[in-house]
Structure formats: structure tokens, C-alpha cells
Design a protein around this ligand. Structure first.
Ligand code: DGL
Length: 261
């Protein structure tokens, strides 16, 4: 038996974290919930996102999760404290590892943040980074067009490259040397973002780090790489639209059976 890891996102972006988890711990069972009926979260206000996050976490607990991973920057930015205060299981999320990595990597103390409007306007990044090093400046850039482009599968299109270049322009003017991919969809655009940002800019993608943190927690609790069975994996979404299965395949790199709660 493994320990079930519950992961949620506003939709399918959190599957980039699932992918890393499965790479590290292929047999550890995961239960995923993508809130495809209510996505996007990035355009919503903090109170709404917090109440969605609570519902999602409670559903995963009902499904047997013993660890919760908030694999959505918009939700992690505003709902982490509430979930940690109300749930009696460990809560991992994507913002803290991004902050730690960015602080470690920056040399000129100028960090760029690409994210949804909810993430950027939450102010969580400057707040947490400021606690580590008050001298660091954080420049946030909301990038609302990137999520639909990724979901359309426009990963290498000229239009996508142009939009990325436009979003990066203000960050490049601020001479950031480190760039946080503050949305779970952006790892799919990592190559283009990195190329357009320039060779000297270091890219922060927390998905691998979150997976490592969860892996360490499991190891400390006696669950190794060989415990569990991936047959126990379950992938729930709150709505199956015509495009959902295709988008899931893009993110996960394979077909899975989608379940509706
Ligand atoms: N998964 C969300 C995030 O990481 C992006 C999509 C949305 O706006 O809900 O912020």
C-alpha cells in the first residue's frame, strides 16, 4: 500500500506536477482533481478561489488523500494559509519552492514573475521573497493569454512566441536575471520563454521541486519509491468538455481515464 497523494488544480495545469511526481515515485498512488468546470481561477477574486480550494481539498481527502498538493499558483497564492490552518494533513504547494529557487538563483536581486492576474495581484511573491532578502525586487507580469494558448495546443506557434515576447518586454527592461514561471501551464512553454528571455536569465519552474519535497516527506514516513501501485491512480475533473481529454494528453503525455465526481 502507498500513501495517496491528493493534487488539485483549477484545471489541467497541475498535471505538470503529477508528471514530476510520477517520474520520482511511479508507484505512489495519486488522486488528481482538476476543476475544469470552474477554471480559470486566475481571473477570479481571492475569496472565491479560497472557497474553491477548500472544496477541492475536502474532496481529495474524501477520496483517501493523506497529503495535499496545491498544484495551482493562483490557488496556492491565496489559499495556502487557510488550507494549512484547517486541514490536518500536510499541505504542499507551488509558491514556496519557486520563491526558494528564485532567491537562490538571482545574482542581481531582480526577479521577474509571470503568472495569472490572481497570482500577481496577491502580492505573495514580493512578500515571501522580501522575507528572505528585503533587497530583492520582484517585477510581476500578468500573462492571461498564455493559459488559453497552451490549452489550444499552440505551443510553438508564431503568435504564441509574439505574445510571450510582448509579456517579457517589461521584465527585460527591468533587467531581471531570474524568471519565475508562476503558473502550472507555463512549463509547457518553458523553451520558448527561456529563449525569448535570453540566455542569461534563469528560469524557475517549481514542479520538480514540489515533487521532491513530497517525495522526501513520504520517505520520512516510510513510503519509498517501490511502495504502492500506480493502478490506484485516479484522475477526476469537474467537467469533461470535448477538448478535455486532448488537453490532458498534452499535459500528461499519455491517455488516462477521466472521472467526474
Ligand atoms: N493553474 C492555474 C495557475 O497555476 C492557471 C489557470 C487558471 O487561471 O486557473 O495559476
Amino acid at each position: 500500500m502507498g500513501l495517496t497523494i491528493g493534487i488539485f488544480d483549477s484545471g489541467v495545469g497541475g498535471l505538470t506536477v503529477v508528471r514530476e511526481l510520477k517520474r520520482l515515485m511511479p508507484r505512489q498512488p495519486v488522486v488528481y482533481f482538476g476543476d475544469t468546470a470552474r477554471t480559470p481561477y486566475g481571473t477570479k477574486g481571492p475569496d472565491t478561489i479560497v472557497s474553491y480550494a477548500r472544496e477541492n481539498a475536502e474532496f481529495l481527502l474524501e477520496m483517501g488523500a493523506r497529503v495535499i498538493v496545491i498544484a495551482c499558483h493562483s490557488a496556492a497564492s491565496v489559499a495556502t494559509d487557510t488550507l494549512r490552518a484547517t486541514l490536518d494533513v500536510p499541505v504542499f504547494e507551488v509558491v514556496t519552492p519557486s520563491v526558494q529557487q528564485a532567491v537562490r538563483l538571482t545574482k542581481n536581486r531582480r526577479i521577474g514573475l509571470m503568472g495569472t492576474r490572481a497570482t500577481v495581484s496577491s502580492g505573495i511573491y514580493p512578500r515571501l521573497i522580501g522575507r528572505e532578502d528585503p533587497e530583492i525586487r520582484v517585477f510581476g507580469q500578468p500573462c492571461p493569454l498564455l493559459v488559453p494558448l497552451v490549452e489550444e495546443g499552440w505551443l510553438r506557434c508564431r503568435e504564441t512566441r509574439m505574445i510571450i515576447r510582448r509579456y517579457l518586454r517589461p521584465l527585460k527592461m527591468q533587467q531581471v536575471d531570474t524568471l519565475v514561471l508562476g503558473c502550472t501551464h507555463y512549463p509547457l512553454l518553458k523553451d520558448i520563454i527561456s529563449k525569448k528571455a535570453g540566455r542569461r536569465v534563469k528560469i524557475v519552474d517549481p514542479s520538480a521541486q514540489v515533487a521532491e519535497d513530497v517525495c522526501l516527506h513520504l520517505a520520512q514516513n516510510g513510503y519509498g519509491k517501490t511502495t504502492g501501485s500506480q493502478d490506484e491512480d485516479r484522475y477526476f475533473v469537474s467537467d469533461i468538455a470535448p477538448a478535455t481529454a486532448g488537453i490532458v494528453r498534452t499535459f500528461l503525455g499519455r491517455e488516462v481515464e477521466l472521472l467526474v465526481p
